[in-house]
Design a protein around this ligand. Sequence first.
Ligand SMILES: *Cc1c(COP(=O)(O)O)cnc(C)c1O
Length: 381
Amino acid sequence: MTSLFENYGRWDVELVSGNGTTVTDSEGKTYLDFTSGIGVCGLGHCHPKVVEALSEQARTIWHTSNLFKSTLQEEVAERLTQFSSGDAVFFCNSGAEANEAAIKLARKYTGKSKVITFQQSFHGRTFATMAATGQDKVKQGFGPMLETFVHLPFNHIEALEQEMDQDTAAVMLEIIQGEGGVHPATEEFLLTVEKLCAEYEALLIVDEIQTGMGRTGKPFAYQHFPLSPDIITSAKGLGNGFPTGAIIGKEKLKATFSPGSHGSTFGGNPLAMSAAKATIQMIFQEDFLKEVTEKGDYLTEKLNNVFSRWPSFKGIRHKGLMIGIEFSEEVAPLMAELRKNGLIVLNAGPNVLRLLPPLTVTRQEIDQAIEIWKQTLIQKV
Ligand SMILES: *Cc1c(COP(=O)(O)O)cnc(C)c1O
């Protein structure tokens, strides 16, 4: 019996405490958490600096509303703009809200409505972001979708060239499709998107909700390419587990979100901002990001060795600590076995295992995780 809606397919485990990469369940069993709460706790669970910032803020003031000035919001916004192509920030509370704001901003700024997104993309579960999402399973039963969203095959330059026109308000994409199976965009495709956006006066929106905040070894994943998006959306890792989201937009968009045009009661809440400020301070450091890249390569190399002779293994895609392992069979049974043996991992669709470990994961923890993989695969044979 449950008093909850059953919209989540939950695992039969309850995590009651966490410290770094380690989590403990209600029976006292410990696990290595290679999910970070679906890419949220980039600094691991209960990072002391974030705990300290949040506790200090909780003793000072929790909520003021956006009727007042906010130095904390200014500070977080300054860092987000300093480390991206954007110049102005709007704060909200989740990924879907960030994408929702980006779509509203693009429509209002351009005066156009068509938004091009891509098959297998995931942008959220509100009406606009559900319509933007390129996966039918997300939309089933929810009636007519919001109009003027077009979904094209990802990385398909000709399809994009055919669809782009004067009515296009924006192209919205993930640099690496996360929920859709860890599929990276190609450089040629991204550069074509940017060029066509400029040509048709459409905005380029990059959804960095999963790929941002250091996950791929850069502050934002688009920075692996010579791109300058008009709007960047962020959430998941931004508050290291305290709910918060943001859009970062270019100077030219500032006047469009004029007083009263958009808002959020909780957006930029002092608790959220204190967590985001502490998180950004640690992640947006060259040495820290370099480590993310190196540890990602280290883990991927070890995984390749583990799987090289595994019959259903098809290959690994990765950038930094965002890793997808594709199999020719369903991965749910393997995930359950790994969990039993003390390693928590995610999937991205039926055939892809996805790893999003804390960015603070140590090489020793990576080695431990690899041992668990080996044990689990031996048991399976
Ligand atoms: C998780 C995610 C979202 C939705 O974020 P919520 O906070 O769940 O609303 C949107 N886009 C991408 C790429 C995501 O990974």
